[in-house]
Design a protein around this ligand. Structure first.
Ligand code: PMT
Length: 220
């Protein structure tokens, strides 16, 4: 029996990768499958929340009466949808792997392979969580950090820079953690920089721990 400890709460969750188009057939993307974010959405809904799940391209599907799924492709689209649902949200969880850069020019037609070398100019995408952190009022804002080195230090700096209340760090140095896998190994870092390392678990179990940690911090 699950406790309805998120009853009457509105939770906005991002999941999956973003695809940044280069021409009508190509894009820049990453290895996120969306699973981590989808598992958090199911867990939040099962604990009584009304959930908006804003997801980049994924093969995953959810049919839960309390989960509204919004499909987006690019970081800019995800940014717009997050801001649309932000004012009515109590908790926002950013599990998406948002592309930091997009091609500066999107070609109308398929790019031909005429040259030996092909250079793509990129421009910065908006940082979605940082933009929400800058305008938040009552919302509890949770970010992820996916790192490959100086993990704790980088995660703490993201927590601060994006004005988050909690950050969930996963490192590609941990076996079974990160993209694509059915498991994850995370470390929670709260606003006061307390560090709580967790065991390697299924993503469903990690989702449960994340909601538990949010409920604990949120009650404070
Ligand atoms: O989808 P899966 O295959 O299950 O994999 C799960 C995951 C590895 C994608 C997930 O656990 C995870 O770590 N998601 C965040 C990945 C990421 O892009 O991390 P980051 O350290 O680059 O970004 C930090 C935070 O800022 C993240 O919450 C991210 O959503 C957010 N961000 C980043 C860039 C940007 N332009 N806007 C953002 O809001």
């Amino acid at each position: 029996q699950t406790t309805p400890d998120l009853k009457d709460k509105k939770v906005v969750i991002t999941a999956g990768p973003t695809y940044e188009p280069l021409d009508p057939v190509r894009f820049i993307g990453n290895h996120s499958t969306g699973k981590m974010g989808f598992d958090i959405a199911v867990e939040a809904a099962s604990r009584g929340a009304g959930v908006v799940l804003i997801t980049g391209p994924t093969s995953l599907r959810i049919t839960h009466p309390a989960v509204k799924v919004v499909h987006v492709t690019t970081a800019n689209e995800m940014y717009q949808q997050c801001h649309k649902f932000f004012s009515s949200a109590d908790i926002v969880i950013g599990a998406a792997a948002v592309a930091d850069y997009r091609p500066k020019v999107v070609a109308d037609q398929k790019i031909k392979k005429n040259d030996e070398e092909f250079v793509i100019a990129l421009e910065k995408n908006p940082d979605i969580l940082a933009s929400l952190g800058a305008v938040k009022s009552h919302q509890f804002l949770v970010g992820f950090a996916l790192e490959t080195e100086n993990e704790i230090e980088y995660a703490k700096s993201k927590l601060k820079k994006k004005n988050l209340d909690l950050i969930v760090l996963n490192s590609l140095n941990d076996k079974g953690a990160g993209f694509g896998k059915p498991t994850n190994k995370v470390t929670f870092i709260d606003k006061d920089f307390n560090v709580f390392p967790q065991e390697l678990k299924s993503k469903e179990a990690v989702a449960k721990d994340i909601i538990d940690q949010i409920v604990k911090s949120y009650a404070k």
